[in-house]
Unconditional design. Structure first.
Length: 339
């Protein structure tokens, strides 16, 4: 099975080809980088409109070179299905991606697969680690939640009560005047920082970032060195996520944790989770960076699992959903998994 995936929920126009037999993924991406401020939905959509055709063509070219115009068997298209991010994400971006994916599936005469972007962040980690049924911490730009599998669905075990974790970090760096994305700059400046107290908000399995971000901005305005604020932001925010991840492992009795999302590129977050898992005797996996930030590779991989389970969607039923939650998805692909 070979699947072409298309991603474009916010900032990253991306297309990929996943070859399930070889377990190989080729990804073509074109990120949107705002000149100033954060991600502007209209500019992001304009970027998608320009870039999605280009990245799809590049991924298709790769498929044609690898597998021939008509696939290796000389019979049929170079891919067996087209998968796309159906949500969650920015509506104007999702619409462009969906339109391109529908047109491509029709042109190639292959089935269409509508993928939940957050489950793709999870499933790529499960796939790469070879884990059976992990708890997943999704630490991405617009989201932050813990998922565990129960009774045919991934359930949200805990989540942010306000902003996503990456968006929270980016709000602080915008205040300081740094360009988007802010997370890598916080990580860099945190290396020379010292600890200062900031709010730490965990309520049961949920957590909040708005208080800590206001306090971080106020500390910076009061003259606390920016390195100290960056260091302390990381220590507080990542400790909150680690606390809740540990509780999720404990509540579910699971001994596998996977990490997903763009913030998972942060070495300090991975270090905290790794050490918590080691202390509990649990296995921890974070996929390589190209699969953590938004990318079409993860869409193609989950798309292949869904297509193998017959979980495809008719074009007329393939509406996007900007608020698509992971627990809305019936998990069709885990019993008798073949990809
Ligand atoms: P979602 O997947 O929820 O739709 P998203 O589209 O914003 O989120 P991601 O690629 O998952 O995209 O994550 C982007 C976020 O990751 C940005 O907020 C960015 O600041 C953050 N980020 C990237 N690298 C790092 C890092 N090294 N440390 C902390 N945060 C980081």
């Amino acid at each position: 099975m070979r699947v072409l995936g298309v991603e474009g929920t916010a900032w990253c126009a991306s297309a990929a080809v996943f070859d399930a037999e070889a377990d190989s993924v080729c990804i073509e991406s074109d990120p949107y980088e705002p000149d100033s401020g954060g991600i502007h939905p209209r500019e992001a959509a304009e970027h998608m409109g320009d870039s999605i055709p280009r990245v799809i063509e590049a991924a298709l070219e790769h498929a044609r070179e690898e597998y021939g115009e008509d696939g290796n068997d000389g019979d049929g298209p170079p891919v067996d299905a087209v998968a796309f991010s159906r949500g969650p994400g920015l509506g104007p971006c999702l619409r462009i991606v969906a339109t391109a994916a529908r047109a491509l599936a029709r042109t190639l005469g292959v089935p269409l697969v509508g993928v939940n972007h957050m489950l793709a962040h999870l499933e790529i980690g499960r796939h790469r680690a070879g884990f059976d049924s992990p708890v997943c911490l999704n630490a991405s730009g617009a989201n932050a939640h813990l998922l565990g599998f129960h009774d045919g669905r991934y359930r949200v075990l805990g989540e942010t009560m306000d902003t996503g974790v990456g968006n929270a970090l980016d709000k602080f760096t915008r205040h300081v005047g740094w360009s988007h994305p802010g997370g890598p700059k916080i990580e860099q400046h945190a290396r020379d920082g010292e600890f200062v107290d900031l709010p730490y908000v965990v309520k049961g399995m949920d957590f909040s970032f708005s208080g800590i971000m206001s306090a971080a901005k106020a500390a910076y305005d009061d003259g606390v060195p920016v390195e100290d604020v960056c260091f302390s932001l990381q220590e507080h925010v990542f400790a909150m996520l680690t606390e809740v991840a540990e509780r999720a492992l404990s509540l579910t009795g699971t001994d596998e944790l996977v990490l997903g999302g763009g913030v998972a590129q942060n070495a300090r977050l991975r270090e905290m989770l790794e050490s918590m898992c080691a202390e509990r005797g649990a296995d921890f996996h974070a996929p390589e960076p190209r699969f953590l930030r938004d990318n079409a590779g993860m869409i193609a991989v989950l798309g292949a699992k869904m297509a193998a389970a017959g979980d495809t969607v008719a074009v007329e039923d393939s509406a996007i959903d900007p608020d698509f939650r992971p627990d809305q998805v019936p998990v069709t692909w885990r019993s008798g998994e073949s990809v």
